[in-house]
Design a protein around this ligand. Structure first.
Ligand SMILES: Cc1cc2nc3c(=O)[nH]c(=O)nc-3n(C[C@H](O)[C@H](O)[C@H](O)COP(=O)(O)OP(=O)(O)OC[C@H]3O[C@@H](n4cnc5c(N)ncnc54)[C@H](O)[C@@H]3O)c2cc1C
Length: 344
Protein backbone atom coordinates (compact mmCIF):
# COMPACT_ATOMS: atom_id res chain seq x y z
CA UNK A 1 0.00 0.00 0.00
CA UNK A 2 1.32 3.41 -1.01
CA UNK A 3 0.36 6.66 0.74
CA UNK A 4 0.13 9.92 -1.17
CA UNK A 5 -0.01 13.04 0.99
CA UNK A 6 -1.73 15.90 -0.86
CA UNK A 7 -4.52 15.80 -3.43
CA UNK A 8 -3.54 18.66 -5.71
CA UNK A 9 -2.85 17.71 -9.32
CA UNK A 10 0.62 16.31 -8.49
CA UNK A 11 -0.66 13.97 -5.76
CA UNK A 12 -3.79 12.90 -7.63
CA UNK A 13 -1.87 12.21 -10.85
CA UNK A 14 0.78 10.19 -8.97
CA UNK A 15 -1.88 8.18 -7.11
CA UNK A 16 -3.82 7.50 -10.31
CA UNK A 17 -0.70 6.19 -12.08
CA UNK A 18 0.22 3.95 -9.13
CA UNK A 19 -3.31 2.58 -9.11
CA UNK A 20 -3.30 2.12 -12.87
CA UNK A 21 -0.16 -0.04 -12.43
CA UNK A 22 -2.10 -2.29 -10.05
CA UNK A 23 -0.89 -0.93 -6.69
CA UNK A 24 -3.08 -0.20 -3.69
CA UNK A 25 -3.07 3.53 -2.89
CA UNK A 26 -4.54 5.90 -0.36
CA UNK A 27 -4.47 9.67 -0.65
CA UNK A 28 -4.64 11.91 2.42
CA UNK A 29 -5.85 15.53 2.17
CA UNK A 30 -8.26 17.54 4.37
CA UNK A 31 -9.44 19.59 1.38
CA UNK A 32 -8.61 17.96 -1.97
CA UNK A 33 -8.07 20.03 -5.12
CA UNK A 34 -8.41 23.29 -3.22
CA UNK A 35 -4.97 24.89 -3.42
CA UNK A 36 -2.64 25.99 -6.27
CA UNK A 37 -3.98 23.45 -8.79
CA UNK A 38 -7.52 24.74 -8.30
CA UNK A 39 -6.57 28.27 -9.36
CA UNK A 40 -4.19 27.40 -12.21
CA UNK A 41 -4.98 28.53 -15.74
CA UNK A 42 -3.97 25.17 -17.26
CA UNK A 43 -1.39 26.27 -19.83
CA UNK A 44 1.02 23.55 -20.93
CA UNK A 45 3.58 25.97 -22.25
CA UNK A 46 7.17 24.68 -22.20
CA UNK A 47 8.17 27.08 -24.98
CA UNK A 48 6.13 30.24 -24.36
CA UNK A 49 6.99 30.12 -20.64
CA UNK A 50 10.76 29.93 -21.15
CA UNK A 51 12.56 32.57 -19.10
CA UNK A 52 16.25 33.39 -19.09
CA UNK A 53 18.57 31.58 -16.65
CA UNK A 54 16.26 28.67 -15.90
CA UNK A 55 18.26 26.10 -17.88
CA UNK A 56 17.68 23.10 -15.56
CA UNK A 57 13.93 23.66 -15.86
CA UNK A 58 13.61 23.48 -19.67
CA UNK A 59 14.28 19.73 -20.07
CA UNK A 60 11.69 18.99 -17.35
CA UNK A 61 9.10 21.15 -19.11
CA UNK A 62 9.73 19.73 -22.57
CA UNK A 63 9.73 16.14 -21.34
CA UNK A 64 6.48 16.54 -19.43
CA UNK A 65 4.74 18.19 -22.41
CA UNK A 66 5.86 15.23 -24.52
CA UNK A 67 4.48 12.73 -21.99
CA UNK A 68 1.13 14.51 -21.44
CA UNK A 69 -0.99 12.76 -24.11
CA UNK A 70 0.12 9.30 -22.90
CA UNK A 71 -0.45 10.31 -19.27
CA UNK A 72 -4.03 11.47 -20.01
CA UNK A 73 -4.69 8.20 -21.80
CA UNK A 74 -3.25 6.10 -18.95
CA UNK A 75 -5.49 7.78 -16.36
CA UNK A 76 -8.44 7.49 -18.74
CA UNK A 77 -9.08 11.23 -18.64
CA UNK A 78 -12.27 12.36 -20.36
CA UNK A 79 -10.59 15.69 -21.00
CA UNK A 80 -7.86 15.59 -23.63
CA UNK A 81 -5.31 18.24 -24.51
CA UNK A 82 -6.96 21.35 -25.92
CA UNK A 83 -4.67 21.82 -28.91
CA UNK A 84 -5.19 25.54 -29.23
CA UNK A 85 -1.58 26.60 -29.76
CA UNK A 86 -0.26 29.85 -28.28
CA UNK A 87 0.42 33.35 -29.59
CA UNK A 88 2.77 35.64 -27.68
CA UNK A 89 2.10 39.28 -28.47
CA UNK A 90 4.02 42.48 -27.76
CA UNK A 91 2.30 45.63 -26.51
CA UNK A 92 4.99 47.99 -27.88
CA UNK A 93 8.40 47.99 -29.57
CA UNK A 94 10.34 47.45 -26.33
CA UNK A 95 8.11 44.45 -25.54
CA UNK A 96 8.74 43.15 -29.07
CA UNK A 97 12.48 43.38 -28.59
CA UNK A 98 12.10 41.29 -25.40
CA UNK A 99 9.95 38.78 -27.31
CA UNK A 100 12.64 38.40 -29.98
CA UNK A 101 15.36 37.87 -27.34
CA UNK A 102 13.26 35.06 -25.85
CA UNK A 103 12.63 33.68 -29.36
CA UNK A 104 16.41 33.32 -29.83
CA UNK A 105 16.54 31.32 -26.59
CA UNK A 106 13.55 29.16 -27.63
CA UNK A 107 15.10 28.40 -31.02
CA UNK A 108 18.48 27.61 -29.45
CA UNK A 109 16.69 24.86 -27.51
CA UNK A 110 15.06 23.59 -30.71
CA UNK A 111 11.58 24.75 -29.75
CA UNK A 112 9.06 25.45 -32.50
CA UNK A 113 8.38 29.20 -32.51
CA UNK A 114 8.31 31.83 -35.26
CA UNK A 115 7.95 35.59 -35.71
CA UNK A 116 4.65 37.02 -36.92
CA UNK A 117 3.83 40.57 -37.90
CA UNK A 118 0.96 42.27 -36.12
CA UNK A 119 -1.30 41.77 -39.12
CA UNK A 120 -0.40 38.05 -39.38
CA UNK A 121 -1.28 37.70 -35.68
CA UNK A 122 -4.59 39.51 -36.27
CA UNK A 123 -5.42 37.19 -39.15
CA UNK A 124 -5.20 34.33 -36.61
CA UNK A 125 -6.95 36.25 -33.82
CA UNK A 126 -9.00 39.15 -35.25
CA UNK A 127 -10.00 40.49 -31.82
CA UNK A 128 -6.41 41.54 -31.05
CA UNK A 129 -5.91 45.29 -31.31
CA UNK A 130 -4.17 46.60 -34.46
CA UNK A 131 -1.87 48.46 -32.02
CA UNK A 132 0.21 45.38 -31.03
CA UNK A 133 3.83 45.65 -32.14
CA UNK A 134 4.24 42.05 -33.33
CA UNK A 135 3.98 38.46 -32.14
CA UNK A 136 5.56 35.04 -31.89
CA UNK A 137 3.58 31.92 -32.76
CA UNK A 138 4.13 28.82 -30.61
CA UNK A 139 1.94 26.19 -32.27
CA UNK A 140 2.95 23.33 -29.92
CA UNK A 141 2.02 24.94 -26.57
CA UNK A 142 -1.45 23.77 -25.56
CA UNK A 143 -3.69 23.69 -22.47
CA UNK A 144 -5.95 21.51 -20.31
CA UNK A 145 -8.71 22.18 -17.81
CA UNK A 146 -7.07 21.44 -14.41
CA UNK A 147 -10.35 21.46 -12.48
CA UNK A 148 -11.97 18.94 -14.85
CA UNK A 149 -8.88 16.72 -14.74
CA UNK A 150 -8.75 16.75 -10.92
CA UNK A 151 -12.50 16.04 -10.68
CA UNK A 152 -11.92 12.96 -12.85
CA UNK A 153 -8.91 11.79 -10.82
CA UNK A 154 -10.83 12.27 -7.56
CA UNK A 155 -13.38 9.78 -8.85
CA UNK A 156 -10.59 7.25 -9.45
CA UNK A 157 -8.58 7.35 -6.22
CA UNK A 158 -9.72 6.98 -2.59
CA UNK A 159 -9.08 10.08 -0.44
CA UNK A 160 -8.96 10.17 3.38
CA UNK A 161 -10.13 13.66 4.30
CA UNK A 162 -7.72 14.59 7.07
CA UNK A 163 -4.44 16.38 7.61
CA UNK A 164 -1.47 13.99 7.38
CA UNK A 165 1.23 14.11 10.02
CA UNK A 166 4.67 12.66 10.75
CA UNK A 167 3.37 9.14 11.53
CA UNK A 168 2.17 8.83 7.94
CA UNK A 169 5.74 9.16 6.62
CA UNK A 170 7.84 6.20 5.47
CA UNK A 171 9.47 4.67 2.36
CA UNK A 172 6.07 3.93 0.80
CA UNK A 173 4.88 7.52 1.21
CA UNK A 174 5.12 10.34 -1.31
CA UNK A 175 4.58 13.89 -0.05
CA UNK A 176 2.85 15.98 -2.74
CA UNK A 177 1.51 18.56 -0.31
CA UNK A 178 2.58 21.65 -2.25
CA UNK A 179 3.47 24.40 0.23
CA UNK A 180 2.30 22.06 3.04
CA UNK A 181 5.41 19.88 2.50
CA UNK A 182 7.34 22.44 4.56
CA UNK A 183 5.40 21.19 7.62
CA UNK A 184 7.20 17.83 7.28
CA UNK A 185 10.65 18.73 5.99
CA UNK A 186 13.09 21.62 6.10
CA UNK A 187 12.48 22.76 2.51
CA UNK A 188 13.09 26.20 0.94
CA UNK A 189 9.46 26.69 -0.16
CA UNK A 190 7.72 30.07 -0.30
CA UNK A 191 4.23 31.14 -1.41
CA UNK A 192 4.13 33.23 -4.59
CA UNK A 193 0.57 34.45 -4.91
CA UNK A 194 -1.14 35.00 -8.24
CA UNK A 195 -4.35 36.92 -8.87
CA UNK A 196 -6.44 35.40 -11.64
CA UNK A 197 -9.87 36.03 -13.19
CA UNK A 198 -12.37 33.86 -14.99
CA UNK A 199 -14.64 35.70 -17.45
CA UNK A 200 -17.76 34.59 -19.33
CA UNK A 201 -16.97 34.33 -23.04
CA UNK A 202 -20.21 33.78 -24.98
CA UNK A 203 -19.87 33.08 -28.71
CA UNK A 204 -20.81 35.93 -31.06
CA UNK A 205 -23.98 35.64 -33.22
CA UNK A 206 -21.95 33.75 -35.86
CA UNK A 207 -20.90 31.23 -33.19
CA UNK A 208 -17.30 32.49 -33.01
CA UNK A 209 -15.54 32.91 -29.64
CA UNK A 210 -13.66 36.15 -28.91
CA UNK A 211 -10.40 34.16 -28.83
CA UNK A 212 -9.39 30.65 -30.00
CA UNK A 213 -5.73 30.40 -29.04
CA UNK A 214 -3.95 31.00 -25.75
CA UNK A 215 -2.58 34.55 -25.95
CA UNK A 216 0.31 35.60 -23.76
CA UNK A 217 1.15 39.26 -23.81
CA UNK A 218 3.97 41.50 -22.71
CA UNK A 219 2.59 44.95 -22.00
CA UNK A 220 5.03 47.58 -20.70
CA UNK A 221 7.25 44.67 -19.69
CA UNK A 222 4.47 43.04 -17.62
CA UNK A 223 3.29 39.54 -18.53
CA UNK A 224 -0.41 38.76 -18.91
CA UNK A 225 -2.18 35.75 -20.42
CA UNK A 226 -5.59 34.88 -21.80
CA UNK A 227 -6.69 31.25 -21.93
CA UNK A 228 -9.94 30.61 -23.85
CA UNK A 229 -11.76 27.39 -22.93
CA UNK A 230 -15.32 26.77 -24.06
CA UNK A 231 -17.42 29.67 -22.84
CA UNK A 232 -14.77 30.80 -20.35
CA UNK A 233 -11.75 33.07 -20.70
CA UNK A 234 -9.12 32.79 -17.97
CA UNK A 235 -7.11 35.97 -17.42
CA UNK A 236 -3.96 35.77 -15.34
CA UNK A 237 -1.83 36.12 -13.44
CA UNK A 238 0.10 38.39 -11.12
CA UNK A 239 3.11 37.27 -9.14
CA UNK A 240 3.53 38.66 -5.65
CA UNK A 241 5.25 37.67 -2.42
CA UNK A 242 3.26 39.82 0.02
CA UNK A 243 1.57 36.83 1.75
CA UNK A 244 -1.83 38.45 1.06
CA UNK A 245 -4.14 35.49 0.34
CA UNK A 246 -7.10 37.51 -1.03
CA UNK A 247 -7.10 38.72 -4.63
CA UNK A 248 -5.51 42.15 -4.60
CA UNK A 249 -7.41 45.08 -6.17
CA UNK A 250 -4.23 46.49 -7.70
CA UNK A 251 -3.33 43.12 -9.21
CA UNK A 252 -6.77 42.72 -10.76
CA UNK A 253 -6.58 46.29 -12.08
CA UNK A 254 -3.20 45.60 -13.75
CA UNK A 255 -4.49 42.38 -15.33
CA UNK A 256 -7.64 43.97 -16.74
CA UNK A 257 -5.82 47.07 -18.01
CA UNK A 258 -3.00 45.10 -19.65
CA UNK A 259 -5.41 42.58 -21.18
CA UNK A 260 -7.60 45.40 -22.56
CA UNK A 261 -4.51 46.93 -24.21
CA UNK A 262 -4.11 43.85 -26.39
CA UNK A 263 -7.72 42.59 -26.54
CA UNK A 264 -10.01 45.64 -26.14
CA UNK A 265 -13.29 43.67 -26.27
CA UNK A 266 -12.41 41.92 -23.03
CA UNK A 267 -14.16 44.91 -21.43
CA UNK A 268 -17.49 43.56 -22.70
CA UNK A 269 -17.18 40.23 -20.87
CA UNK A 270 -18.88 39.42 -17.58
CA UNK A 271 -16.77 38.47 -14.57
CA UNK A 272 -17.37 34.93 -13.29
CA UNK A 273 -14.65 34.57 -10.66
CA UNK A 274 -11.85 36.61 -9.15
CA UNK A 275 -9.41 34.59 -7.07
CA UNK A 276 -5.82 34.21 -5.93
CA UNK A 277 -3.73 31.08 -5.43
CA UNK A 278 -0.31 30.45 -3.88
CA UNK A 279 2.34 28.81 -6.06
CA UNK A 280 4.85 26.61 -4.19
CA UNK A 281 8.02 28.54 -5.12
CA UNK A 282 11.65 27.41 -4.75
CA UNK A 283 14.85 29.53 -4.81
CA UNK A 284 15.82 28.45 -8.36
CA UNK A 285 12.28 27.81 -9.70
CA UNK A 286 13.10 24.09 -10.09
CA UNK A 287 10.95 21.50 -8.21
CA UNK A 288 12.03 19.45 -5.20
CA UNK A 289 11.94 15.71 -5.89
CA UNK A 290 13.84 13.00 -4.01
CA UNK A 291 14.01 10.88 -0.84
CA UNK A 292 14.11 12.51 2.58
CA UNK A 293 17.23 11.00 4.24
CA UNK A 294 15.59 10.91 7.67
CA UNK A 295 12.25 9.20 6.93
CA UNK A 296 12.99 7.80 3.43
CA UNK A 297 9.67 9.31 2.28
CA UNK A 298 9.67 10.61 -1.30
CA UNK A 299 9.26 14.39 -1.66
CA UNK A 300 7.52 15.75 -4.78
CA UNK A 301 6.78 19.46 -4.50
CA UNK A 302 7.97 22.96 -5.47
CA UNK A 303 6.41 22.86 -8.94
CA UNK A 304 6.02 26.66 -8.73
CA UNK A 305 4.64 28.16 -11.98
CA UNK A 306 4.54 24.91 -13.92
CA UNK A 307 2.88 22.25 -11.79
CA UNK A 308 0.06 21.62 -14.25
CA UNK A 309 2.54 21.17 -17.10
CA UNK A 310 4.96 19.12 -14.96
CA UNK A 311 2.25 16.82 -13.52
CA UNK A 312 2.68 14.16 -16.23
CA UNK A 313 6.42 13.82 -15.57
CA UNK A 314 6.12 14.20 -11.78
CA UNK A 315 3.48 11.47 -11.63
CA UNK A 316 5.50 9.01 -13.72
CA UNK A 317 8.77 9.62 -11.87
CA UNK A 318 6.95 9.46 -8.52
CA UNK A 319 5.25 6.18 -9.38
CA UNK A 320 8.53 4.76 -10.77
CA UNK A 321 10.57 5.70 -7.70
CA UNK A 322 8.04 4.33 -5.21
CA UNK A 323 7.60 1.04 -7.02
CA UNK A 324 11.35 0.50 -7.56
CA UNK A 325 11.56 1.06 -11.34
CA UNK A 326 15.21 1.69 -12.24
CA UNK A 327 15.51 5.22 -13.77
CA UNK A 328 16.89 5.49 -17.31
CA UNK A 329 19.99 7.71 -17.71
CA UNK A 330 17.69 10.49 -19.04
CA UNK A 331 15.38 10.21 -16.05
CA UNK A 332 18.39 10.10 -13.72
CA UNK A 333 19.50 13.51 -15.06
CA UNK A 334 16.01 14.99 -14.59
CA UNK A 335 15.80 13.61 -11.04
CA UNK A 336 19.27 14.93 -10.24
CA UNK A 337 18.21 18.47 -11.28
CA UNK A 338 15.35 18.33 -8.75
CA UNK A 339 17.40 16.97 -5.82
CA UNK A 340 15.95 18.64 -2.67
CA UNK A 341 19.44 18.58 -1.09
CA UNK A 342 20.95 20.87 -3.75
CA UNK A 343 20.73 23.96 -1.52
CA UNK A 344 22.53 22.50 1.50
C1 LIG B 1 -2.80 31.81 -10.40
C2 LIG B 1 -2.01 30.60 -10.80
C3 LIG B 1 -1.96 30.22 -12.14
C4 LIG B 1 -1.22 29.09 -12.52
N1 LIG B 1 -1.23 28.71 -13.83
C5 LIG B 1 -0.51 27.61 -14.21
C6 LIG B 1 -0.54 27.18 -15.57
O1 LIG B 1 -1.24 27.75 -16.41
N2 LIG B 1 0.22 26.09 -15.91
C7 LIG B 1 1.00 25.42 -15.00
O2 LIG B 1 1.69 24.47 -15.37
N3 LIG B 1 1.01 25.80 -13.69
C8 LIG B 1 0.28 26.87 -13.28
N4 LIG B 1 0.29 27.26 -11.97
C9 LIG B 1 1.15 26.54 -11.01
C10 LIG B 1 0.44 25.27 -10.52
O3 LIG B 1 -0.86 25.61 -10.12
C11 LIG B 1 1.18 24.63 -9.34
O4 LIG B 1 2.55 24.46 -9.65
C12 LIG B 1 0.58 23.23 -9.06
O5 LIG B 1 -0.81 23.36 -8.95
C13 LIG B 1 1.17 22.61 -7.81
O6 LIG B 1 0.44 21.42 -7.59
P1 LIG B 1 0.57 20.59 -6.25
O7 LIG B 1 -0.32 19.42 -6.38
O8 LIG B 1 2.01 20.38 -5.96
O9 LIG B 1 0.08 21.60 -5.11
P2 LIG B 1 -1.40 22.04 -4.66
O10 LIG B 1 -2.33 22.12 -5.80
O11 LIG B 1 -1.20 23.27 -3.83
O12 LIG B 1 -1.90 20.86 -3.74
C14 LIG B 1 -1.32 20.56 -2.50
C15 LIG B 1 -2.35 19.77 -1.69
O13 LIG B 1 -1.71 19.31 -0.49
C16 LIG B 1 -2.64 19.39 0.55
N5 LIG B 1 -1.92 19.42 1.84
C17 LIG B 1 -1.12 20.38 2.33
N6 LIG B 1 -0.66 20.04 3.55
C18 LIG B 1 -1.18 18.80 3.83
C19 LIG B 1 -1.10 17.90 4.93
N7 LIG B 1 -0.35 18.17 6.03
N8 LIG B 1 -1.78 16.73 4.87
C20 LIG B 1 -2.52 16.42 3.78
N9 LIG B 1 -2.64 17.23 2.71
C21 LIG B 1 -1.98 18.41 2.73
C22 LIG B 1 -3.44 20.66 0.26
O14 LIG B 1 -4.71 20.63 0.91
C23 LIG B 1 -3.54 20.61 -1.27
O15 LIG B 1 -4.74 19.98 -1.69
C24 LIG B 1 -0.48 28.35 -11.54
C25 LIG B 1 -0.57 28.73 -10.21
C26 LIG B 1 -1.33 29.82 -9.83
C27 LIG B 1 -1.44 30.18 -8.37
Amino acid sequence: MYTVIGAGLIGLATAALLQQRGHEVRVIDPDPASQASHFAAGMLAPTAEMQFEQDPLYPLMFRSAQEYPAFLELVDAPTTLIRSGTLVVAGDRADLSHLHDVLDLQQRYGAQAERLTASQARTLEPALTPGIAGAVSVPGDHQINPRALMAHLLEQVPVERRKADAVDLGPNTIVCAGLGAAEFFDLPLRPVHGDILRLHMPADPAGEPLLRRVVRGFVLDRPVYLVPRGDELVLGATSREDLQPDPLAGGVLDLLRDAARILPDIQLLGIKEVSAGARPGTPDDVPLFGRDPRTDALISTGYFRHGILLAALAARLGADQLSGVEPSPDDQALIQAMNPERFS
